[in-house]
Design a protein around this ligand. Structure first.
Ligand SMILES: *[C@@H]1O[C@H](CO)[C@@H](O)[C@H](O)[C@H]1NC(C)=O
Ligand SMILES: *[C@@H]1O[C@H](CO)[C@@H](O)[C@H](O)[C@H]1NC(C)=O
Ligand SMILES: *[C@@H]1O[C@H](CO)[C@@H](O)[C@H](O)[C@H]1NC(C)=O
Ligand SMILES: *[C@@H]1O[C@H](CO)[C@@H](O)[C@H](O)[C@H]1NC(C)=O
Ligand SMILES: *[C@@H]1O[C@H](CO)[C@@H](O)[C@H](O)[C@H]1NC(C)=O
Ligand SMILES: *[C@@H]1O[C@H](CO)[C@@H](O)[C@H](O)[C@H]1NC(C)=O
Ligand SMILES: *[C@@H]1O[C@H](CO)[C@@H](O)[C@H](O)[C@H]1NC(C)=O
Length: 210
């Protein structure tokens, strides 16, 4: 139950002198909650904020729905995870806050898959750093999981205290690894974020104000 990661401090810029100071050391943190026998936490992805805070997403396999044992290597397959968004907020002063958020989204969002050995894992859930204290999570919502024409793409904002805000419907989509969604923060993060979406017929972008 130990998450180890490399902590890298990057840039210190002042007006007169431009200096790069780099420092690498290990940061070790022991998870407080156990998610079941033989279930190890995996640091799945991370986002970084302007104030230096890092938010990690930690995932735990759902052994009940996976034939894989937790000590086996993940291969070209589909792995389902426990249905909770486990965020670990790492403040620059070393404090770690654990937030396990029940997003109330469909289980299909918690299965990650790989088409072949060389491809990347496709994860229906994506995280984006917004302004300090806020994370944007994108996911899928289907009225009929078996019918790919009933899927829509959604976003939900969660804060570092684990509070959820009203979901945003980005519109109908096909559940596919080939979907291209580009989301970035407004250059002034207080003004929300921009989303560029592409389909076979059009490219469109939208601004979302928080
Ligand atoms: C890098 O980190 C180590 C351990 O925390 C510290 O002793 C050292 O002074 C740091 N170096 C710089 C250049 O900040
Ligand atoms: C971090 O930990 C690893 C494994 O224990 C070790 O090999 C490495 O040298 C450590 N790095 C630093 C900068 O302490
Ligand atoms: C995985 O764990 C099982 C028991 O839980 C053990 O028998 C097996 O040898 C382990 N495999 C590896 C690759 O460590
Ligand atoms: C670390 O920073 C966070 C956020 O600013 C604060 O809530 C917490 O009390 C700080 N912890 C320590 C030990 O200073
Ligand atoms: C899923 O979509 C339905 C409408 O089809 C909506 O009422 C519901 O709030 C959505 N759920 C989530 C978690 O986005
Ligand atoms: C999955 O990987 C195994 C070996 O790791 C390979 O034999 C098999 O062909 C792969 N399947 C696909 C669909 O790529
Ligand atoms: C959607 O489903 C239809 C019918 O099942 C299938 O023919 C089509 O290839 C699917 N589209 C995608 C993008 O998966």
């Amino acid at each position: 139950m130990i998450v180890t990661l490399l902590w890298v401090t990057l840039l210190i810029i002042s007006l007169e002198v431009r200096q790069t100071v780099s420092n690498i050391s290990n940061f070790t943190y022991v998870e407080k909650v156990k998610y079941g026998e033989n279930i190890l936490p995996h640091v799945w992805n991370s986002i970084v904020y302007d104030d230096g805070t890092i938010v990690l997403r930690v995932v735990h396999e759902d052994l009940g729905s996976n034939k894989l044992k937790s000590n086996e290597t993940i291969s070209n397959t589909t792995i389902c995870l426990q249905n909770s968004l486990s965020l670990r907020i790492l403040y620059p002063n070393g404090t770690v806050i654990e937030q396990d958020v029940d997003l109330g989204i469909q289980s299909l969002n918690y299965c990650i898959s790989k088409l072949d050995v060389n491809s990347d894992f496709y994860d229906p859930i994506k995280l984006y750093a917004l302004n300090t204290n806020y994370v944007l999570i994108t996911y899928y919502n289907a009225t009929n999981e078996l019918d790919n024409s009933t899927y829509s793409f959604w976003g939900m904002i969660v804060d570092w205290n684990g509070n959820k805000y009203r979901p945003i419907n980005f519109g109908a989509t096909i559940f596919s690894m080939r979907n291209k969604n580009i989301i970035c923060r407004n250059i002034n993060p207080d003004k929300g974020f921009l989303r560029l979406s592409t389909s076979s017929k059009a490219i469109k972008w939208g601004q979302y104000i928080m």
